[in-house]
Ligand binder design. Structure first.
Ligand code: MN
Length: 498
């Protein structure tokens, strides 16, 4: 380890002198604590915690989180005690390190103990989402170095990554982390499919990018002519796992995948998104039915962008994605980027030439603590706090993670994020528990509808209530979400007891 790693770590202009001191101290403390410990690869153990801290630093996390990243394995794996960390670094860093330590080795698959660990993960997260972000960074580095782990453990770790950590990264809208975790796990879980996908893709990347380059050149000319402010135009390659899943749906026919590479246009503001779309469609004919406006209608995890597929004029199709700088940061770094843009207006920070974000902004610890825990995490913890069995908890978790989601709207236009198959009962509970408890009917798109009717994407749902209505067994059968079912069950239970 060298001083240059440390210098790099504290080079962010948004760090105060105090922040830098904290990180420097944690760096030296961790280096000493892990002295002479080695990883499976033969590298010094300290390399792992440093890499974890570097990932957190790159995500733009605050100094306490970066310090906790450096210290995250000290209590578990060295002589260092909780008291040591508290005395040296204070309560906040201790809280984060403890959070990560308590999660221990969260293992997926099977035994009750593992699922208990997973429960803890969600409880810790609902206190402070930074604990989970540290855990994700830790896992990311462990996946990057998985080749050094015993063969018989690799598959289990890869499966856990695919089934637990990647979905969590997805729900936090951390697209870059999710994509990398999945791609790292892919070859351990499906070696043959991985090889096949890689072969198919590597042939296609070149072809596809040649076309994108031509489109890009022409587009830049037009943007300049129209004086549209844009930050960058760039290609992105589809992540391999995500490509594989799409190929499976297309009989492994790669010529039917249009977005293996896509042109990505980053513009200054939301208005420019639509202007650029207009320019693109006036030059290249769009493929009908493939224009997706996730700016007006964000995905449930908050993803925003406009996607369109165009005829390239050379017999092929290409995908273009248009978004603002902020939408881009949110899509790649999700909940972490949220903190960075929060104070944009008040920022006095200098510029930092990280690879993805132009300006990192000064943020305070209080902001992290006051940041609202995502609704799904709150619900997850309340589901688990119920006396459900570990198996049921796991099912709830997997269900809510893996089902397709839909958006429905309140009459005021609030977007409600639900798993597909949801009914007005689920919708009502999602809006407000009180509303759910007193549903007497529902209007879907202005028409009175049966409560059992399955909602479609984009439905406007008006819940009609009556003080006399209350949950029944029938509702239980109509509800899909774990949250609504739990509320209905507990209401039925308390009726029985009275
Ligand atoms: Mn670790």
């Amino acid at each position: 380890m060298s001083q240059s790693d440390l210098r790099e770590l504290i080079s962010r202009p948004d760090y105060s002198e105090e922040d830098k001191k904290l990180i420097k101290k944690a760096y030296e403390f961790a280096e000493k604590a892990h002295e002479r410990q080695l990883r499976n690869s033969g590298d010094p153990y300290f390399n792992h915690v440093l890499a974890t801290a570097e990932i957190l630093n790159g995500l733009g996390m605050d100094a306490c989180t970066v310090a906790a990243g450096l210290l995250h394995d000290t209590i578990e794996d060295t002589q260092v005690t909780e008291l040591d960390v508290k005395l040296e670094f204070g309560n906040e860093v201790l809280f984060l390190v403890n959070g990560v330590t308590k999660l221990g080795s969260v293992r997926f698959r099977g035994t009750k103990r593992h699922i208990e660990s997973l429960r803890k993960l969600f409880i810790a997260t609902s206190d402070d989402v930074r604990v989970l972000i540290i855990k994700l960074a830790d896992r990311l580095h462990n996946m990057r170095t998985l080749e050094h782990v015993d063969k018989d453990k690799q598959e289990r770790i890869a499966a856990e990554t695919m089934e637990v950590y990647a979905p969590i990264a997805h729900r936090l809208n951390m697209g870059a982390v999710k994509g990398e975790l999945e791609d790292l796990a892919f070859p351990y879980l499906y070696p043959d499919e991985h090889k096949q996908t890689l072969e198919l893709a590597s042939e296609q990347y070149g072809k596809s990018e040649l076309v994108l380059e031509k489109i890009n050149t022409r587009l830049i000319e037009e943007l300049q002519k129209a004086k549209i402010l844009y930050t960058s135009t760039d290609y992105r390659r589809k992540h391999l796992w995500s490509l594989y899943r799409k190929l499976k749906r297309k009989d492994m026919d790669i010529s039917r995948v249009y977005d293996i590479s896509a042109l990505r246009v980053i513009v200054n503001g939301q208005t420019e998104c639509y202007q650029v779309l207009g320019i693109i469609h006036s030059i290249w004919r769009p493929l009908p039915g493939r224009i997706k406006d996730y700016v007006a209608f964000p995905k449930p995890n908050g993803y925003q962008s406009i996607h369109t597929t165009i005829f390239t004029g050379e017999g092929g199709l290409a995908e273009v994605q248009i978004r603002t700088e902020k939408m881009h940061a949110q899509a790649e770094y999700g909940i972490a980027s949220h903190f960075q843009f929060k104070n944009k207006e008040n920022s006095t920070g200098g510029s930092w030439s990280g690879d993805w974000i132009k300006r990192l902004l000064k943020k305070t610890t209080a902001e992290y603590q006051n940041a609202k825990t995502p609704v799904w995490i709150e619900q997850m913890t309340s589901v688990q706090a119920d006396s459900t069995s570990p198996k049921e908890f796991m099912n709830n978790l997997k269900d809510d993670f893996f089902r397709q989601r839909i958006f429905a709207f309140t009459p005021k236009g609030d977007v409600i994020d639900l798993p597909s198959g949801s009914t007005s009962i689920d919708f009502g509970y999602q809006v407000h528990t009180d509303l759910g408890d007193h549903i007497s009917g529902a209007k879907i798109n202005g028409k009175l509808s049966n409560l059992a009717t399955v909602l479609n994407n984009g439905d406007i749902v008006e819940i009609i209530t009556s003080p006399k209505s209350k949950p029944s067994q029938k509702w239980l059968a109509m509800a899909v979400t774990a949250f609504a079912k739990r509320r209905i069950r507990s209401s039925l239970q308390s009726d029985k007891n009275n």
